[in-house]
Ligand binder design. Structure first.
Ligand code: MLC
Ligand code: AMP
Length: 487
């Protein structure tokens, strides 16, 4: 079934139902149908055609939903950009994706590199309101690209995963079934809409099931108790850092929220078994952990019925094949660690304009995830780490190499290695180990340069001076031999 026809179950089939609440305003599915048709007319009037890219650099707001629905209808490819990205990341993505324009807000436009065509989101909304509300859908086939989502590449520069209408349809449909989401649900959406957790899972579970969604601009842990109290969600999707924050809610209140919460799903980073257990004790709700990636959307999930086993990501979703392989690509027996390879209608069609990276990641139709894991004899999969030294901080991915390259450009730096240090809320935070010439190296100036060029979550929490990086005889840096960092 096409993505648009799945969405139409709500846009057309539930037109009168309240669909969305954002910033105190409520919208029915019929309102969203009309709004997105107006935006589609406007985008077409501005020259956007099937296959053209349009980036958005926005906090969560209803206009992101309008753009998404308009893109589905027009066959336009959206490029979501992390709001925390700064000069270097933005320049790379916008040069690579070559969007017709970037839709952004006035306050965020200042971060965009010069020369990029910028469309102000408020002016766009005002202009859209003058267009007709009838639908002129072009739509898309299963293999029509719908989004180009950048994921931090191991080489330092991020690559755009080309996600199709079919990928979003397969993923959303499978999650609605697996997690029993119905129109009776109330989904509290605090995840950013520029990543697949909030976008592919959240938005599509909402649209396909026709449930009610309260969207917030972002997750703010001080506001979270008020949101739970006033909205009484039955459904919540979050990264582990959010669940750690929710544990701060006092017990009686947490219990009452938990009594309403039909399902809490965690993903994007490892959920410590301890947080799983504490959440169960405090909220009386057993978190369902699942595993996915930008390139593949969701692969593996703990069951809705049956055991949600802490520390594991569960079993492959119905449409996904998973095999665990050794270095040569041969499947390993249960109980043996290997790399997860996946296959299914959820897996993206490749990397944008990167045939080299695409052929390196796919083999015989299987996508090599780079994640290392082990399967128990009863099928439950436990993730154990990554083949590369990826750091995940608050659910945002950081490739150390990108930061190391920038540190090495700073005056007086001879060597640099960035590693993840444990953090009670965000799981990990980056710390830089540097070999420097003290007379030249200016830490404050280096930190300021990094801050202006990279997202805040990539900013090293410390620059630890060492005499030399530990290396193997072949010169490879041995990060695990670096001295532990103490705050
Ligand atoms: C975070 N920050 C934001 C922000 N989100 N700033 C502005 N707008 C936003 N939307 C910044 C803060 O300014 C701060 O910067 C830092 O992030 C942490 O903010 P905090 O308020 O102290 O929040 P905290 O309790 O630490 O929680 C952080 C968080 C955030 C959970 C809100 O990490 C987050 O939104 N994570 C979600 C990431 C995500 O969606 N990942 C899915 C990827 S898809 P400073 O300067 O203090 O650092 C994927 C596939 C899959 O992985 O399987 O899903
Ligand atoms: P991204 O590139 O942002 O899509 O991040 C995908 C990566 O997040 C995966 O390759 C995993 O390493 C990690 N990830 C996602 N879900 C989980 C999970 N439940 N537990 C551990 N790691 C996860």
């Amino acid at each position: 079934m096409s993505l648009l026809s799945l969405i139409d179950r709500s846009l057309l089939g539930r037109a009168a139902r309240t669909a969305l609440e954002f910033g105190g305003a409520a919208f029915s599915f019929g309102d969203l149908e009309a709004r997105s048709n107006r935006v589609a007319h406007l985008l077409r009037a501005r020259g956007l055609k099937h296959g053209d890219r349009l980036a958005f650099f926005l906090q969560n707001r209803v206009e992101v939903i309008d753009l998404w629905l308009a893109a589905v209808k027009l066959g336009v490819v959206l490029v979501p950009v992390n709001v925390l990205y700064r000069e270097r990341e933005l320049r790379h993505i916008l040069t690579d994706a070559e969007p017709v324009a970037v839709v952004t807000s006035r306050d965020m436009a200042t971060y965009l590199p010069a020369g990029v065509p910028v469309w102000d989101v408020d002016s766009l909304a005002t202009e859209a309101a003058t267009h007709a509300s009838d639908r002129q859908a072009v739509g898309g086939a299963a293999d029509t690209p719908l989004a180009l989502i950048y994921t931090s590449g191991t080489t330092g520069a991020s690559k755009g995963a080309v996600l199709t209408h079919g990928n979003f349809a397969a993923n959303g449909q499978s999650l609605v079934n697996a997690w029993r989401i119905t129109e009776a649900d109330r989904y509290l959406a605090t995840l950013p809409l520029f990543h697949v957790h909030g976008l592919a899972n959240g938005v599509h579970c909402w649209l396909f099931s026709g449930c009610h969604m309260r969207l917030t601009e972002r997750f703010e842990y001080l506001q979270a108790p008020l949101w739970f109290e006033s909205y009484q969600p039955t459904l919540f999707f979050g990264v582990p850092a959010m669940f750690v924050r929710l544990l701060e809610i006092p017990e009686p209140l947490a219990r009452s929220f938990g009594a309403r919460l039909r399902l809490a799903v965690s993903g994007s980073a490892p959920l410590p078994a301890e947080v799983h257990e504490k959440f169960r004790q405090r909220f009386g709700s057993v978190i369902l952990e699942r595993y996915g990636m930008t390139e593949t959307l969701m692969n593996v999930s703990n069951p809705f019925d049956g055991e949600r086993r802490p520390g594991t990501v569960g079993l492959p979703l119905p449409h996904v094949e998973v095999k665990i392989c050794d270095e040569a690509g041969a499947p390993v027996p249960d109980g043996t660690s290997g790399e997860l390879w996946v296959k299914g209608p959820n897996v993206c069609s490749g990397y944008w304009r990167r045939p080299d990276a695409t052929s390196a990641a796919w083999r015989d139709g299987w996508f090599r995830t780079g994640d290392v894991g082990v399967r128990a004899t009863d099928g439950y999969i436990t993730l154990q780490g990554r083949r590369s030294d990826l750091i995940i901080s608050g659910g945002f991915n950081i490739y150390p190499r990108e930061i190391e390259e920038l540190i090495l450009e700073q005056p007086g730096v001879h060597e640099a290695a960035v590693v993840g240090a444990p953090d009670p809320v965000r799981g990990e935070v980056p710390v830089a180990y540097v070999v420097v010439e003290e007379a030249i190296f200016d830490e404050a100036a280096a930190a300021a340069r990094l801050r202006s060029q990279l997202a805040s979550f990539k900013q090293p929490r410390a620059f630890v001076r060492i005499d030399a990086l530990p290396r193997t005889a072949l010169g490879k840096v041995q990060k695990r031999l670096l001295p532990p960092w103490k705050r």
